[in-house]
Write a protein that binds this ligand. Structure first.
Ligand code: NAD
Ligand code: UDX
Length: 457
C-alpha cells in the first residue's frame, strides 16, 4: 500500500508534536491534523503552538503549509486519508460505571464512528491514544459495519514521549511500538507504518508485537515509571524519620545497573495527565478480569503519591508552628514538571488546595503555566493570586513552597528574596533542586524532601 496522506485526529500534546515530526521526516507524505477545538487549530495554523514545548515551534515551522496542515474539517480529512492516527484524549471517567478509574472512551468512540461515516477507501487506523487493553477489538467491531468495499485495519502504536522533552523523544525514541493483527492485511498495515517511522528511526528500535501486547505495554511502562517514583518517595518518608538522606540512598541504589540511576528523584509527588490515569485504568482492567490482588498492588502506587503530596503540606504546617492561617505562601511552580505549561494532575493543585484549607493566603508563580493555573484555580476566587515575577510573589511571604523544578528558580537571587520575606522565612523544596546549605546560610529555614531540615533556632 502506498500511503500518501496521513491524518491525525486530535491536535493536542501528542498529536501536534508527533505529526510535526512525521511531516519533517517524511516530506513526501501530506500530513493533516484535525481537531474539533477551533481555537487550538487556529493557534497551530498561526505557527504559535497552543502548548509550550521546547523546540516545538521550530519543528512546526519547518513543515507548516508545506506538507503539514491543520483543519477543523474532520470529515474531509477522513475522506482523503490513507493512514489515520487517533490521538484524542482518553481521560479518567467521572461518571457512571468505573467512575474515577476506567478510561472515558466517549471521544475515542465518536472518532471511530466518524471514520466509519466518512472513509472512502481502505484505511489503516492507528490507535495513538493510550487505551485499555482490547480497545482495538471494539474499534474493529465498529468499523466492521463499513460497506464491503472499504477495509479498515486497526493498529496500536502507543506514544512514549514525555512532556518537556517531546521533540527530543520523538526525534530519538528509545523504541517505537507497533501492534498489529497476525493476518495478511494486518502484516501489510504494520509494514506500512514501519515504513513511516523507518524514515528516521533505526529499524532495530521499531518493535512489532500483537495488538494486545502493544496496548498493555503502554499502561505497563507508565505503571513501572510511576512505581519507581512512589517507591523513592516512600523511602523519603523513612529518611525524614531516621536522618538517612534520600539523595544518597538514590545514588547508592541507582549505581546498581539492575536498578539504574534515572527516575529516582524524590519529589512532592508525580503529576501529569498520564501516570495516575493510566494506572487507574490498569487497576480497573485488573478488577474487570477478577484480578483483585493485582489491582490492589498497582493502586498502591497512586495512594502513595497522594500520601506524599499530603505529607508535604503536613510538614509545612508542622514546621510553621502548626498554623499557616493568614500567612502568605509563595508556591513556586504550578506546572506538573519543568519545561511545560501543562498543569494536568499537577501536585501543585493538591498542595494549593490543602494550604487554602488551612486558610493560608496562596500566591502562585510559574514561568509558563500561569494561564492554565488560573483556569484550574478559578473556583477559589481571590483566595489565591498569581504573579509572573517570583520576587513579587515572595514579597511578604512566610514561606516558599517549591513544587516545580524550573531552572529559573535555581538561579534566583535568594538574598534579595529573603530580605523581602517575613521572618522566620521558610523554603520547602519539593524537588530537592535548590542549594540548601546556601539558603540556610542566608537565614532561611530549609525543609527538603527526605533530607534533614536545616533550621535556625
Ligand atoms: P489533549 O487533550 O492535549 O488532546 C486531545 C485532542 O483531541 C483535544 O485537542 C481534543 O479537542 C481533540 N478531540 C477530542 N475528540 C475529538 C474528535 N471527535 N474529533 C477531533 N478532535 C477531537 O490530549 P493529549 O495529552 O494529546 O493525549 C492524547 C492521548 O495520548 C491520550 O490518550 C493520552 O493518554 C495519550 N498520551 C499522552 C501523552 C502526554 O504526554 N500528554 C503521552 C503519551 C500518550
Ligand atoms: C510520562 C512518561 O514518562 C512518558 O513516557 C509517557 O508517554 C507519558 O507519561 P510525562 O508525564 O510527560 O511522561 O512526564 P515524566 O517525565 O514521566 O514525569 C511525570 C511526573 O513524575 C512529573 O510530575 C515529574 O516531575 C515526576 N517525576 C519524574 C518525579 O517526581 N521524580 C522523577 O524522578 C521523575
Amino acid at each position: 500500500m502506498s500511503a500518501k496522506t496521513i491524518l491525525c485526529i486530535g491536535a493536542g500534546y501528542v498529536g501536534g508534536p508527533t505529526m510535526a515530526m512525521i511531516a519533517r521526516q517524511c516530506p513526501e507524505y501530506r500530513v493533516l491534523i484535525v481537531d474539533i477545538d477551533a481555537a487550538r487549530i487556529r493557534a497551530w495554523q498561526s505557527g504559535e503552538p497552543p502548548i509550550y514545548e521546547p523546540g516545538l515551534k521550530e519543528l512546526v515551522a519547518a513543515s507548516l503549509n508545506r506538507n503539514l496542515f491543520f483543519s477543523t474539517d474532520v470529515a474531509a480529512g477522513i475522506a482523503e486519508a490513507d493512514i489515520i492516527f487517533v490521538s484524542v484524549n482518553t481521560p479518567t471517567k467521572t461518571f457512571g460505571q468505573g467512575a474515577g478509574r476506567a478510561a472515558d472512551l466517549q471521544y475515542w468512540e465518536k472518532t471511530a464512528r466518524q471514520i466509519l461515516a466518512h472513509a472512502r477507501r481502505d484505511v489503516i487506523v492507528v490507535e495513538k491514544s493510550t487505551l485499555p487493553v482490547r480497545t482495538a477489538e471494539a474499534m474493529d467491531r465498529i468499523l466492521r459495519a463499513a460497506p464491503a468495499a472499504v477495509h479498515f485495519e486497526v493498529l496500536s502504536n502507543p506514544e512514549f514521549l514525555a512532556e518537556g522533552t517531546a521533540v527530543r523523544d520523538l526525534e530519538q525514541p528509545d523504541r517505537v511500538l507497533i501492534g498489529g493483527h497476525d493476518s495478511e492485511s494486518g502484516r501489510r498495515a504494520v509494514a506500512a507504518l514501519v515504513d513511516v517511522y523507518a524514515h528516521w528511526v533505526p529499524r532495530e528500535r521499531i518493535l512489532t508485537t500483537n495488538v494486545w501486547s502493544a496496548e498493555l505495554s503502554k499502561l505497563a511502562a507508565n505503571a513501572f515509571l510511576a512505581q519507581r517514583i512512589s517507591s523513592i518517595n516512600s523511602l523519603s518518608a523513612i529518611c525524614e524519620a531516621t536522618e538517612a538522606n534520600i539523595g544518597e540512598v538514590a545514588r547508592a541504589i541507582g549505581m546498581d545497573p539492575r536498578i539504574g540511576p534515572r527516575f529516582l528523584n524524590a519529589s512532592v509527588g508525580f503529576g501529569g495527565s498520564c501516570f495516575k490515569k493510566d494506572i487507574l485504568n490498569l487497576v480497573y482492567l485488573c478488577d474487570h478480569y477478577g484480578l483483585g490482588e493485582v489491582a490492589r498492588y498497582w493502586e498502591q502506587v497512586v495512594l502513595m503519591n497522594e500520601y506524599q503530596e499530603d505529607r508535604f503540606v503536613r510538614n509545612m504546617v508542622a514546621a510553621m508552628f502548626n498554623t499557616v492561617a493568614g500567612k502568605r505562601i509563595a508556591v513556586f511552580g504550578f506546572a506538573f514538571k519543568a519545561d511545560t505549561g501543562d498543569v494536568r494532575e499537577s501536585p501543585a493543585l493538591r498542595v494549593c488546595q490543602a494550604l487554602m484549607a488551612e486558610h493560608a493566603s496562596v500566591v502562585v508563580t510559574d514561568p509558563q503555566a500561569l494561564p492554565n493555573a488560573r483556569l484550574e484555580l478559578a473556583v477559589y476566587g481571590d483566595r489565591v493570586t498569581f504573579e509572573s515575577d517570583p520576587y513579587t510573589a515572595a514579597r511578604g511571604a512566610h514561606a516558599i513552597a517549591l513544587v516545580t523544578e524550573w531552572n529559573a528558580f535555581r538561579t534566583l537571587d535568594y538574598r534579595r528574596i529573603y530580605a523581602a520575606m517575613e521572618k522566620p522565612a521558610f523554603v520547602f523544596d519539593g524537588r530537592n533542586c535548590l542549594d540548601h546549605a546556601a539558603l540556610h546560610a542566608l537565614g532561611f529555614n530549609v525543609l527538603p524532601i527526605g533530607q534533614k531540615p536545616l533550621t535556625h533556632r
